[in-house]
Write a protein that binds this ligand. Structure first.
Ligand code: ADP
Ligand code: MG
Length: 275
């Protein structure tokens, strides 16, 4: 168990969450856009990790973000989730929620879920219990960890087990799952909180080919009902799920468009694909 997970679960009903209720507003995607980044710059000791980065993600879109190491992909996710404050630029969730004014907890509460590279699950609890804990940590629902599950709760957990292909492992201790299954469990835990936007940083790193294939199917099934931003180096995986692709380089967008267009862009080949 690590600090991040403990925080999620122990924060239920805290004063901080009350604040989150006041600070965040309803997500408004009436213009069809779930995330706007405009002119975002972030410097670390004078080095520009992000340099006037602008990006818009449509509601229900599955966006792939690629680019060489150090391009600023993770820093972009840090800005969206409130871990890093931009030096300049604006970041909006829907039309009205100014992400640069919210804490990371408030942003999570507003409906942005983030999957880090290393899975953060409760290794000594069963797969089912992990999903149960994630559901009960949902800040929108006031209940304690000891409240009994309703039939509806069980149905939700069962549906999620099915969705992330862990139905046969429901009673297994999470620590005994394969690497790929642990990643799916964490994605399931994020989904239990019904995020509107999911950020996934290198989700298939270390997965077997079979697991990577299943993950591609999962992401494709989530698009439409969720908005996803997927950062990955595995180009076979990207090609399977790609619609619109954004290429980051030196902190800004180098190219953006359909996979075929981006793949044949000489500038993209030069800085990334051609290596
Ligand atoms: P990517 O995820 O595309 O590989 P990152 O966003 O992790 O790139 O990093 C972009 C650049 O910013 C890199 O040069 C990295 O060394 C630098 N950087 C990232 N975070 C920090 C930090 N907290 N302090 C100093 N430099 C950082
Ligand atoms: Mg990174």
């Amino acid at each position: 168990m690590n600090d991040a997970t403990v925080n999620t679960v122990s924060g239920v009903g805290s004063a901080a969450m009350q604040m989150a209720h006041m600070a965040t507003r309803e997500l408004d995607t009436s213009h069809g856009v779930v995330l706007y980044l405009e002119g975002i710059s972030v410097s670390f000791d004078g080095f520009k990790a992000l340099n006037k980065l602008s990006l818009a993600i449509d509601a229900g879109e599955l966006r792939c973000v690629i680019g060489p190491n150090g391009a600023g992909k993770t820093t972009m996710m840090d800005v969206i989730t409130g871990r890093t404050r931009p030096d300049a630029g604006s970041a909006f969730f829907g039309q009205t929620i100014d992400l640069t004014k919210l804490t990371d907890a408030e942003i999570a509460h507003a409906g942005i879920g983030r999957k880090f590279q290393k899975p953060t699950i409760f290794e000594h609890h069963s797969v089912f219990e992990n999903l149960e804990l994630a559901m009960k940590a949902d800040k929108r629902v006031r209940r304690t960890l000891f409240a009994r599950l309703t039939a509806e709760d069980r149905d939700r957990i069962d549906a999620m087990l099915e969705r992330v292909r862990l139905k046969d492992s429901a009673r297994r201790e999470a620590g005994l799952l394969s690497h790929g299954q642990k990643q799916w469990l964490e994605i399931g835990m994020l989904l239990m909180q019904e995020p509107r936007l999911l950020l996934l940083d290198e989700p298939v790193a270390g997965m077997s080919d079979e697991e990577t294939e299943r993950t591609a199917e999962l992401f494709l099934s989530l698009a439409g009902s969720h908005s996803l931003v997927v950062v990955e180096h595995d180009m076979t995986f990207i090609e399977k799920i790609a619609r619109k692709v954004t290429v980051l380089h030196e902190g800004s967008v180098l190219a953006e468009g359909p996979m075929d267009e981006v793949r044949n862009d000489p500038r993209v080949i030069e800085v990334y694909l051609g290596r």
